[in-house]
Design a protein around this ligand. Sequence first.
Ligand SMILES: Nc1ncnc2c1ncn2[C@@H]1O[C@H](COP(=O)(O)OP(=O)(O)O)[C@@H](O)[C@H]1O
Ligand SMILES: N[C@@H](CCOP(=O)(O)O)C(=O)O
Length: 320
Amino acid sequence: MAVYTDITDEELSAFLADFDLGQALAFKGIAEGVENSNFLLETEAGRFILTVYEKRAAPEDLPYFLNLMRWLADRGFPSATPIADRAGRTLKTLRGKPAALVQFLSGLSVRRPTVAHCREAGEGLAQLHLAGEGYAGRRVNDLGQPYWAPLFSKHRKGADDLKPGLAATIDKDLAELALAWPRGLPSGVIHADYFPDNVFFRPDGKFAAAIDFYFACDDAYAYDVAVTLNAWCFEPDGSFNATAAAALLTGYQRRRPLSPAEKQALPILARGAAMRFFLTRLADWKATPAGALVKPHDPMEYERKLAVHREGLTLFGAPA
Ligand SMILES: Nc1ncnc2c1ncn2[C@@H]1O[C@H](COP(=O)(O)OP(=O)(O)O)[C@@H](O)[C@H]1O
Ligand SMILES: N[C@@H](CCOP(=O)(O)O)C(=O)O
């Protein structure tokens, strides 16, 4: 479970004393998630999510994330609004770590998305891209293409431990990605981790909300679509579900049509997106001690996706 930091009743009361939210009525750790510690908090004023930021979230990036969530919510995109204390601050400290309180959002994520969920998720992603236009915050994608080779250089042995010979295959992939990586595509604020666990649906299956903006950054919109195709459109047996992908792209283009250059770039962007998640999972795999409460995500799931992408995806009905 993702609760790295325990909060005592006294610490919670002291934290809440800065807000106009009344007394705590219920407070419990949330099992889902791997990055930060999350708690469901109910007070006399309603329900909230308390997040204590851990390892990957750089403190200097937190205002970018929190201001973005407010920006999106103010423009009608369903993302959790950060709650300000009486002094107007949203970024607080708990147990010496950065922390924030955000609005609780209703909705349920799905473990096995259907084609209809993919269409809805695609449309939600385009809404997010459009709502992010004009956001003044800037954040470089520090898990983007230029950062992959340096990250991998620290984990080559881990790759060969997972599968003998894998490090050489990844080296070749990285060289090919560096040569073919598209430049100059339409860019703006992207979510960068738009996985099924970060998207909520209403009971009627309609898109309800997106959470977990803690990888958000400036990058190509089509790269975000590629991350999403990888996360939503593979079957448990490792095969790519072209029907789900077509639905996701149809849903996306209901709100934001892709340009010919974006469409052409999607297969290589999807290969790169698979590399990005393979690499962070590989890094976390080695770093998570046996018996830790957090279960790391399997890097080999993304190694299998990389293998599919080496063959080249067929999207939009024509061979890529
Ligand atoms: N605003 C929110 N409203 C309702 N539930 C939320 C909200 N934010 C987070 N959660 C719950 O907390 C879990 C973990 O949140 P997430 O931001 O994905 O954590 P992490 O960054 O650690 O992966 C989610 O799966 C969801 O159940
Ligand atoms: N989505 C990433 C890991 C980040 O997890 P999240 O729980 O913060 O979405 C992956 O699958 O590797």
